[in-house]
Design a protein around this ligand. Structure first.
Ligand code: C2O
Ligand code: CU
Length: 431
């Protein structure tokens, strides 16, 4: 397959997430789908997994604080479970087999109910054999809207994903090969952004929510055709909007941009061979641009760190070129691979902990904590961004500060899903 062919022809048109519905009852049917991942006309559809006949799954849009009920129906030939990534919800709704619920068997259903406390860009995905089920397409956007949303002409979700396809456009089934797991993960040979089928006018203001749903790929994103700022990361508003330069978006991370359209919008990934176009939206007409500056989103009500009562170190180990480690799988945290019977740490509800994430490996890792957001601590010791997934580059260290205020058993794992299946996962308990 020639990536250049895709580069030249991949337009935004191929697949649309199902239209949004402002309602609080949803049904998600996990099922095999035929999805037009590659450009329509030239390439056949890809047999994949999806929700409600589509891929990505339908956009679930709910207002902040509104009670949401989602009935999952499993029409696959294998088990599944759905995790609501980044949502600070009750533990029982977290969608993690064994830790928080049973696997949903074929032909069975499971009901999820929660009221998302934070407005922002989130997503949902399978948390059962996720390195394979997410790569096959079991994911979709979960958008939580502010009570009074910022003034924009379009609110656009871009689902970023990559796919490993054979000559006929079908997914290869080489999941979790030792080589992929021990290196940077299972990278696709085709990548794209799923965008709505719409056009823009020069001068319009848009909110663009980019969600990295790839199993393993960090997207170095470049945007062109607009002038604006980053307003949120991982669903959490920035205290003040930030200039958009190339941003490395790790698997599961999100970035929201509010910007004014100048020319055709292009979302691209930087590669050694130049920009690889992921998606674009054409221009059709123009309007008078707004004079007011890019707005700051209202902050979410997250707990502020108190006195640090536990100081912990989580060292990532293993992989190729990583030397020896004590875990019994390819990757480990602190000499242990896979979920152990006892948690990495136990917290009294409300405790503030500092966790030093030490990357002792030769690869980047995106470390994700369920049920909470945490602050990345900056080099000068001040609080940085509030995230649910932190990208830690090879041989680097990142301190995070977290208020563990959500009772239950929460996974803490690498969101490079090939690393997760290779053992880089643990859990914490809040009592
Ligand atoms: Cu996005 Cu443990 O997951
Ligand atoms: Cu990793």
């Amino acid at each position: 397959m020639n990536r250049r062919d895709f580069l030249l022809t991949a337009s935004a048109a191929a697949i649309l997430p199902t239209a949004s519905h402002a309602r609080d009852h949803f049904e998600l049917i996990a099922e095999p789908v035929e999805a037009q991942i590659l450009p329509a006309g030239e390439y056949s559809a890809t047999r994949a997994f999806g929700f409600n006949a589509g891929l990505p799954g339908p956009e679930i849009r709910v207002q902040q604080g509104q009670q949401l009920q989602v009935l999952l129906r499993n029409h696959l030939d294998e088990g599944t479970a759905v995790h609501w990534h980044g949502i600070r919800l009750q533990n029982a709704m977290d969608g993690v087999p064994v830790l928080t619920q049973d696997i949903v068997d074929p032909d069975n259903t499971h009901s999820y109910q929660f009221a998302p406390p934070d407005a922002g860009s989130f997503w949902y995905h399978s948390h059962y054999l996720s390195h394979e089920q997410v790569a096959r397409g079991l994911m979709g956007p979960l958008i939580v809207t502010e009570a009074s949303p910022p003034d924009v002409d379009h609110d656009i979700t871009a689902i970023l994903a990559d796919w490993r396809l054979d000559q006929t456009g079908q997914l290869t089934d080489d999941f979790a090969t030792t080589h992929d797991v021990a290196h940077a993960g299972r990278m696709g040979n085709f990548a794209r952004a799923f965008l709505p089928d719409t056009s823009l006018k020069k001068g319009e203001r848009i909110r663009l929510r980019m969600i990295n749903t790839a199993t393993d790929r960090v997207f170095p994103l470049n945007l062109s055709g607009l002038n604006g700022k980053i307003v949120a990361l991982d669903g959490m508003p920035l205290a003040s909007p930030r200039e958009f330069e190339t941003i490395d978006l790790a698997p599961a991370q999100r970035v929201d941009v509010i910007a004014d359209i100048e020319t055709k919008l292009e979302i691209a990934m930087a590669t050694q061979g130049g920009n690889y176009l992921l998606g674009q939206i054409e221009i059709d007409g123009d309007i008078e641009p707004r004079a007011n500056p890019i707005p700051t989103l209202p902050p979410n009500d997250v707990p502020q760190p108190g006195e640090v009562t536990q100081d912990l170190v989580l060292t990532m180990q293993g992989g190729a070129m990583g030397g020896r480690h004590g875990g019994d799988n390819i990757w480990a945290f602190n000499d242990l691979s896979d979920l152990q019977p006892t948690p990495f740490a136990r917290f009294q509800r409300g405790e503030t902990a500092r966790i030093r994430l030490v990357n002792g490996t030769s690869f980047p890792h995106g470390i994700h904590l369920h049920g909470h957001h945490f602050y990345e601590v900056q080099d000068d010791g001040s609080l940085g961004d509030l995230r649910d997934t932190s990208l830690v580059q090879a041989a680097e260290t990142q301190d995070i500060l977290c208020v563990f205020d959500n009772p239950g058993k929460w996974m803490l794992h690498c969101h490079m899903l090939s690393h997760q299946v290779g053992g880089m996962k643990t859990w914490v308990e809040v009592v």
